[in-house]
Design a protein around this ligand. Structure first.
Ligand code: DGJ
Length: 704
């Protein structure tokens, strides 16, 4: 899909996607502003010029500037009082950024860059817009270059701002949380004023996730405007609802208070901010995001993610060759395809107080290295994976004793630890080189198929003598660069993003990782709510879910094994329990459920997701996946008498004229399944707590 000049209009363009249009241009009366004229359903070509009418100020008093909330990159400068996307301080303390449009540069049919310049202070600002022919997601970014001979200090550099039509409505959806309760869905009325969602942790964070959806929509109806930032460090997204009624959203890397020095000649390019307009409610918005992630973000979208076993909840730091092999044997019997050895295999790491940074096999536990363990894993028919936490160091480690200057720190300030660890500065070339060397060495020596890349604390005292606050950008870019290089050197390597659970889940990290550890909370009931929020933006294949022991080690809640499986089967299935303690009955049930998952895995991991009903984990709920002729429904009923469950569950998105057959051979018309519904056995009014089921349907006949 192209970005085209709007016929009959000067300096005005339309970014066209299959179903939407995004029209923007240089404001005719004043070439200091690039404004958004329209963002919504696709318009006929002849109508494009119409939506640019009335763009100039219609009512200007000394206190009112109507263009405030429609600029692609409102700056802190001139007559503007809204949230700035670009704030800079020039030499002499000059704060007013005054840009004028220079030219539009086409970088191929789907990509346009508008170039603006502050003539006096030599700041070049490029506004990038890119569209693709298979998605309605519009990608935007900003690149600033200091073409002057003096340094400029940036206080805010967002990727871009988006304006919503005044009739869009002011309901929003987003996710927020904490450790163990990530990505909990929040919906509400956007208040008049400025609402900021942010992370100051140096990572995407458990607290919030960098996206927002706005619109008066339901799950399956209504227009939704979504904005997401593809970035894995600190970030900020501000939704500004003006009393006049309009809403604008600006998003970018970094958090409030940071100052980025831009040396003469230096350039800084933001991560992409992505905008998506959809009709069809939050459900359709999610499906469009999933399709975008598959088409343009994920490194290996066509692959099926293997069923993995992870040792963390079973053995903690108590990692031994025999212990891991005992788990591996059981895992292989269940049908597990990838065995991941978690924390505790290296250096002097027998608890969380020491050894982090010393990335060689623990000489007491693995005197001959990890070869025998991984040979054993491979002999059992599984692939081999290993946990690493490259960005961290325990002060009690050889690495720290040798390189205390490699951690984030300020002279004369404390170095506060969290979980007894400090953060290594991945902005530094020497630290990056060290990390790449040992990671590459490990992957090469053991032929690793998989790394679980963990990151277990937020930044504090984040000083960097050479780079200052650029640390908050460069650290993340360092992580990206190392992952990218590892993948380039080892094309078969797959990576899981983890940050104390789901602290680093975003469309930036997903460009170089295949899945995300969703949460350290593996309690199936809690997980349902976490997974619901996760599913708003990210596809099921990226959502790592383990079945662990009962009662759950984190919450103490006892949930039947089948229910635990059915919850974990909603994403990429894994097992994380202590299999040496599972009974023969549990192992047999697990084997059956792993096999059932593998049967439907393509549908769950690559299909279209529909959140059918309910509040997951709290009331009866169900989620549907559709791929080609196949439909999979996971239905959950956590309580016996909490609420009377609905009798029937109406499916969505089927062919009304086709006939579908379930596993028992019963046949129903698509129209009946959609408009009348099926009756989940687990929703019968009386029965034990935590009933669940998986219904599998196949389209067997077309026509009526
Ligand atoms: C936090 C992760 O989320 C856990 O799964 C586990 O890998 C521990 N770190 C290990 O320290």
């Amino acid at each position: 899909m192209p970005v085209i000049p709007v016929p009959g209009r000067q300096r005005t363009w339309a970014a066209l996607t299959p179903a939407t249009a995004y029209v923007f241009g240089v404001e005719s009366a004043d070439d200091t502003r690039v404004v958004q004229h329209y963002w919504g359903p696709r318009l006929p070509g002849a109508a494009l010029a119409e939506v640019t009418a009335g763009a100039t100020a219609w009512f200007v008093t000394g206190f009112h500037d109507p263009a405030d909330a429609t600029e692609l990159l409102p700056v802190d400068g001139g007559r503007r009082w809204g949230v700035p996307s670009l704030q800079a301080v020039y030499p002499g303390g000059v704060r007013s950024v005054e840009l004028s449009f220079e030219q539009a540069v086409e970088h191929g049919p789907g990509e346009l860059e508008l170039v603006l310049r502050d003539q006096v202070h030599g700041l070049r600002v490029g506004l990038g817009v890119r569209v693709h022919d298979d998605t309605d997601v519009i990608e935007r970014w900003t690149e600033v270059t200091n073409e002057s001979g003096e340094p400029v200090h940036l206080l805010r550099l967002d990727s871009g701002a988006w304006a919503l039509p005044e009739q869009a409505g002011t309901r929003y959806a987003g996710v927020a949380g904490a450790w163990g309760r990530e990505t909990r869905l929040h919906r509400g009325e956007l208040p008049v004023g400025e609402t900021t969602f942010t992370s100051r942790t140096g990572t995407t964070s458990h607290r919030a996730n960098p996206w927002i959806m706005i619109g008066d929509a339901g799950e399956s109806g209504g227009e939704v405007w979504s904005i997401a930032l593809a970035w894995s460090g600190s970030w900020r997204l501000t939704a500004q609802r003006r009393p006049e009624g309009d809403v604008a959203v600006t998003a970018g890397f970094g958090h409030d208070g940071l100052t980025w020095p831009l040396a003469p000649g230096a350039a800084l390019r933001t991560p992409p901010v992505l905008g998506l307009h959809t009709t069809g409610g939050y459900g359709a918005a999610s499906r469009a995001w999933h399709a975008y992630a598959r088409g343009h973000v994920l490194p290996t979208p066509a692959e099926e993610r293997p069923v993995l076993y992870n040792s963390w909840e079973a053995t903690g730091f108590d990692v031994t060759e025999d212990g891991q092999l005992a788990l591996a044997r059981r895992a292989a019997e269940l049908g597990v395809e990838l065995f991941v050895v978690d924390d505790g295999w290296f250096g002097a790491r027998t608890d969380d107080t020491r050894g982090l940074g010393d990335w060689w096999p623990n000489p007491d536990r693995f005197p001959q290295g990890l070869g025998k363990l991984f040979d054993g894993v491979r002999d059992l028919g599984m692939r081999a994976g290993l946990w690493v936490e490259p960005e961290m160091v325990n002060p009690d480690s050889d690495l720290y004793r040798e390189h205390p200057d490699w951690t984030l720190h300020y002279p004369g300030r404390r170095r506060d630890t969290m979980r007894n660890q400090l953060v290594l500065n991945f902005g530094r070339d020497d630290v990056r080189a060290w990390a790449l060397a040992w990671l590459d060495g490990l992957v090469t020596e053991y032929g690793l198929d998989y790394l679980k890349w963990d990151m277990n604390r937020s930044f504090s005292q984040a000083g960097w003598a050479e780079g200052g606050d650029l640390l908050w950008i460069e650290h993340t870019l360092g992580v990206y660069a190392i992952m990218d290089e590892l993948r380039a050197r080892h094309p078969g390597l797959r990576i899981e993003s983890c940050s104390g659970g789901g602290g680093r889940a975003d469309l930036g990290i997903l460009r170089r990782t295949d899945q995300v550890w969703t949460s350290d909370n593996t309690d199936a009931r809690d997980r349902q709510a976490i997974q619901e929020g996760f599913s708003y933006l990210y596809p099921a294949s990226t959502m790592s879910c383990w079945v662990t022991d009962g009662p759950n080690p984190v919450t103490g809640r006892e949930v039947p094994l089948r229910y635990r499986f059915h919850v974990a089967m909603a994403g990429t299935l894994g097992i994380g329990g202590d299999l040496t303690r599972w009974s023969e009955e549990e192992l047999a049930e697990a084997r059956e459920l792993v096999a059932a998952y593998k049967e439907v895995r393509p549908v769950i991991q690559h299909g279209e997701l529909r959140r059918l009903t309910g509040t997951p984990g709290v009331t009866v709920s169900a989620v549907q996946y559709t791929l080609g002729d196949r439909v999979v429904v996971l239905a959950y009923n956590p309580y016996k008498l909490d609420e009377r469950p609905p009798r029937r569950l109406r499916l969505e998105g089927l062919d009304p004229d086709a006939v579908y057959e379930d596993g028992a051979g019963a046949r129903r018309h698509g129209a009946a399944l959609m408009h009348h519904g099926l009756t989940p056995a687990s929703w019968a009014p009386f029965g034990p707590d935590y009933r669940s089921e998986m219904v599998v349907l196949r389209r067997v006949q077309d026509g009526s």
